[in-house]
Design a protein. Structure first.
Length: 603
């Protein structure tokens, strides 16, 4: 099988927040073609699974062999052994589910859930139950309350899966009696695999039905699956014997969705057909298990008036979904919130900031840098980002693409570079710049001004990772928007003292004034550089350096000031600097030619 490019790998970035390791595997060798953040730390993409697994973890590959041989999901318990120092071991549940294309199994979705951590409600049997990944354009939250009788705890579960086209799938389920951790893990694994394969909600239920027929613990389970599509302004749902969701519309209030509930999984009967209903921006959806209704003695086949009243608060757009979950729990299960059965509530709202993910695949050539800037600018404008955010991202992405162009394909045919970006639901922008080459190492003696691109990226976006694998190189960047909704955020006053120097930010004016006091030398130059780059957003904010109280400046300090001035110049700004006339600091700067790059303001 040919190597697959990093940029062509399945998009599972929305699963970065899931408290589980997740890998997408292809072919009989189980080649790792994609992984979420937790999994990347264990196994890098591009290699066969057995080639990168620690020998103690080979059971994971054995499970995947079973999946390809039988076409059925499998589950196993394992003592996962990490590669850290000291060696870390964790109890995990491994789930391997088939990935299908055109009716044929093409690989596996492998998941490893930790099972020795307690969930929100105290039921340690449910692996990572309280974890929900942030999904771009959605507010999403869930709560789980374990049954007062621990023998009955652990049967309820929930899941949320962001889809590559911007839709969101959510599900809530209930096992009969106390839940078997392996059965819940398999249901979640098959659900996730089916949704990421593009299955509609009815096909998802068919896959869950087949699983329940083969796994006795899952037989008789109930589940509701919903897919929200803000672009088409509709949601599509189907139920297998589970209480129907509640839709809270801005004008119509809270209403139980109309449609057949169907029969539980593995019960011989015709499966309920999926239904579609309109979904307006700001509408909220409430999913729950029948444990939410038990305290009021209601049957789960009718809408509970107390639940409807509590859910109706979602019409207040100022309330987050986390707030709504807490209010619904407070109404249905008053303190101390004990229940005869497990209880789950999940609330999701499609917001006004739903943004189609950005993807650009182009030749790794210098002339294409302008194409990247133009396309990225159009995407950021459509996403409603502030000028401050857009400038920082343009600077970081431009540096990353430039590095791919210059370093990835030295001595070989010029390849391609793929840029992807998405706006996540937690106010973060994630950008990947990927190529299929191998970056050449830079000799610092080659040019003293080279090799600073990655530093500039980190300074601009805050978090950057360089991921190298057999398939190529990816620069992954995470940037927090100004306040999560694209509006401008003022820089706050701050003071940082380290190694004989202080960096004081005096907010409130333009340009932003920063005072350096003490000695700037080899000991503290790098820490001061990081702080100045952070404050200036990698040079994208106009800065005025006040050096009146700087007592000493050596060549290391001069270098970081040159870097700051260069960053400002790159973004169209000009660094302003004040130093006492005829002082040692002024003489050092003038001797170095600093006044050619920055504006020297009289003190």
């Amino acid at each position: 099988m040919d190597d697959q490019r990093v940029g062509d790998s399945p998009d599972i970035t929305v699963l970065d927040g899931v408290a589980a390791m997740i890998w997408v595997l292809a072919g009989p060798e189980h080649r790792v073609v994609a992984a979420n953040r937790a999994a990347e730390a264990e196994l890098q993409t591009g290699s066969p699974l057995r080639a990168v697994l620690a020998p103690a973890n080979s059971a994971a590959a054995d499970l995947c062999d079973d999946v390809l041989r039988t076409g059925r999901p499998v589950v196993g318990r394992h003592r996962w052994r990490g590669d850290g120092d000291p060696v870390e071991e964790r109890n995990v549940t491994l789930v391997a589910a088939p990935r299908e294309a055109d009716g044929a199994v093409e690989g596996c979705l492998l998941q490893a859930f930790e099972v020795d951590q307690p969930s929100t409600g105290g039921a340690a049997a449910v692996p990572a139950l309280a974890a929900l990944a942030a999904v771009p354009g959605y507010d999403l939250a869930a709560r789980y309350v374990a049954a007062a009788d621990r023998e009955r705890a652990g049967g309820d579960w929930f899941e949320a899966v962001g889809l590559p086209d911007g839709r969101l799938a959510v599900a809530v389920g209930d096992l009969v009696g106390a839940g078997a951790p392996s059965a819940i893990a398999m249901l979640r694994g098959v659900l996730m695999s089916a949704l990421l394969s593009g299955d509609d909600v009815d096909a998802v239920l068919r896959r869950l039905d087949l699983l329940a027929e083969r796994v006795p613990e899952a037989g008789g389970s109930t589940v509701t699956v919903v897919v929200l599509d803000p672009v088409a302004q509709e949601l599509r749902f189907a139920s297998a014997g589970h209480p129907l969701p509640i839709l809270v519309a801005g004008e119509g209030g809270a209403k139980l969705l109309a449609g057949p509930r169907g029969m539980p999984l593995a019960v011989p009967a015709a499966r309920a057909t999926p239904h579609s209903v309109p979904l307006a921006t700001g509408d909220a959806l409430v999913l729950y298990t029948d444990g939410m209704l038990g305290e009021h003695g209601r049957t789960s086949r009718s809408a509970d008036p107390v639940l409807l009243t509590a859910a109706d608060e979602a019409r207040d757009q100022r309330l987050s979904c986390a707030d709504l979950c807490d209010r619904i729990l407070g109404a249905m299960l008053p303190a101390p919130r004990s229940a005869r059965d497990d209880a789950v509530v999940l609330v999701v709202r499609a917001g006004k900031t739903a943004t189609v993910p950005f993807r650009l695949d182009l030749p790794a050539e210098p002339a294409e840098l302008a194409v990247v800037r133009k396309a990225l600018d159009e995407w950021m404008t459509g996403a409603g980002m502030s000028q401050e955010d857009a400038t920082a991202l343009q600077l970081a992405v431009g540096e990353a693409v430039g590095n791919s162009v210059e370093h990835a394909y030295v001595g070989r045919d010029q390849g391609r570079v793929v840029v992807t970006a998405e706006r996540r639901g937690d106010g973060m922008i994630r950008v990947d710049v990927s190529d299929t080459g191998r970056w050449r190492n830079i000799d610092p003696a080659e040019n003293v001004h080279r090799g600073r691109g990655l530093q500039l990226i980190r300074a601009s976006v805050g978090e950057m990772r360089l991921i190298r694998s057999a398939a190529g190189t990816t620069v992954r960047m995470l940037y927090r928007l100004s306040n999560g909704d694209g509006e401008h955020r003022a820089v706050e006053s701050s003071w940082v003292g380290t190694d004989h120097i202080a960096v004081e930010v005096m907010a409130g004016g333009t340009p932003l004034r920063v005072r350096l006091s003490g000695e700037l030398d080899a000991v503290n130059a790098e820490s001061v550089s990081r702080e100045l780059q952070r404050v200036s957003r990698g040079g994208s904010l106009a800065l005025w350096l006040d050096l009146a109280d700087l007592e000493y400046l050596d060549s290391f300090g001069v270098r970081i000031l040159f870097e700051l001035a260069s960053s400002a110049q790159t973004t169209g700004e000009r660094l302003a600097v004040t130093a006492p006339k005829d002082s040692v600091v002024e003489r050092v700067l003038l001797t170095a030619g600093f006044d050619q790059l920055a504006e020297m303001v009289p003190g």
